[in-house]
Ligand binder design. Structure first.
Ligand SMILES: Nc1ncnc2c1ncn2[C@@H]1O[C@H](COP(=O)(O)OP(=O)(O)OP(=O)(O)O)[C@@H](O)[C@H]1O
Ligand SMILES: [Mg+2]
Length: 277
């Protein structure tokens, strides 16, 4: 079925499937992101979140189905041009940088969605912007350091700076808070609403609902490479959908735009206690 949103959607996956080494990793994914929507993608380890984002960020082609990103259909467009319009922070991308590249060079390559500064032409203004973003996020001390000398948490933060350089139309953050200490995590969460407000659409993956910033409007729950629920965040991410996905009784609560989740206490009938939404 052709999505009625195709023409103006930021992301439009239609029946996307992905197989790797003969194994189905994603199947029948229908996922549409409209301008102004900020999405959370949530699900257990191995659910297929990073694989789906590799399609959405134009790093991988689906095995089946159709992927239209920022109006461009994968397989019918120059992905090198498309990647310039997408900001990506992801563990699979972080592993690909040359370890002795300077931090500001890594950030600079985000502007064109590349891995090395020599892949195309960069000028002084690109370097200035990379340095300015690092300084504005409190990472001025990292300028001049080799990428491989950063701690895992620092590396995550530099990835976020790299993702927003060049003001991309679509921002994709795969586990941006993983490995951050409490202070760094809270600083990121404090900064996120502005990051979200500054761009058309964002897709965020996290393993902890506590790391979901205010401003996220929609949720997609994945399990076993398939969609469990999707839609406005209050309807798609609930005690019931999380319990079903993780196979344990969970109780989700919301307060001041933040969520938290814990094991549910069961009532005497053995059913879940009142679902907190
Ligand atoms: N090249 C590959 N060959 C075989 N299996 C693969 C390959 N790449 C990924 N997988 C498998 O696909 C599944 C989904 O991987 P993916 O990285 O997308 O999960 P994820 O939801 O991002 O998990 P996590 O929360 O742990 O990051 C995993 O079981 C993984 O082992
Ligand atoms: Mg992943």
């Amino acid at each position: 079925m052709i999505s009625r949103y195709t023409s103006r959607a930021v992301v439009d996956l239609q029946g996307v499937g992905m197989a790797r080494s003969g194994k189905a990793i994603l199947s029948g994914i229908d996922f549409t992101v409209l301008p102004g929507e900020q999405w959370l993608v949530f699900g257990p380890n191995g659910a297929g979140k990073t694989t789906m984002l590799s399609v959405v960020s134009a790093r991988a082609h689906p095995t089946t189905g159709k992927a239209i990103i920022l109006g461009e259909e994968l397989g019918r467009t120059d992905v090198r041009v498309l990647r310039r319009r997408i900001g990506l922070s992801s563990p699979f991308l972080a592993r690909q940088f040359r370890p002795n590249q300077l931090v500001e060079e890594v950030v600079m390559t985000g502007r064109k969605g590349e891995l090395e500064t020599w892949w195309s032409e960069y000028d002084d203004s690109d370097l200035e912007e990379a340095t300015r973003i690092l300084c504005s996020l409190g990472m001025g001390d990292f300028v001049g350091r080799e990428f491989s000398t950063l701690s895992s948490g620092e590396l995550r933060e530099v990835q976020i700076a790299r993702a927003i350089v060049g003001n991309p139309e679509l921002l994709i953050l795969d586990e941006p808070a993983a490995g951050l200490d409490l202070g760094a995590r809270e600083r990121l969460l404090e900064m996120m609403p502005k990051l979200l407000a500054d761009r058309t659409s964002t897709i965020l993956v996290t393993h902890h609902v506590e790391e979901v910033p205010p401003g996220i409007t929609h949720g997609l729950l994945l399990s076993g490479g398939a969609v469990v629920s999707k839609g406005p965040i209050e309807e798609s991410i609930t005690s019931d959908t999380l319990s079903a996905t993780f196979g344990i009784p969970l109780e989700l609560s919301r307060s001041n735009g933040r969520m938290s989740c814990r094991l549910s206490s069961r009532d005497s009938s053995g059913s879940l206690g009142p679902a907190s939404r």
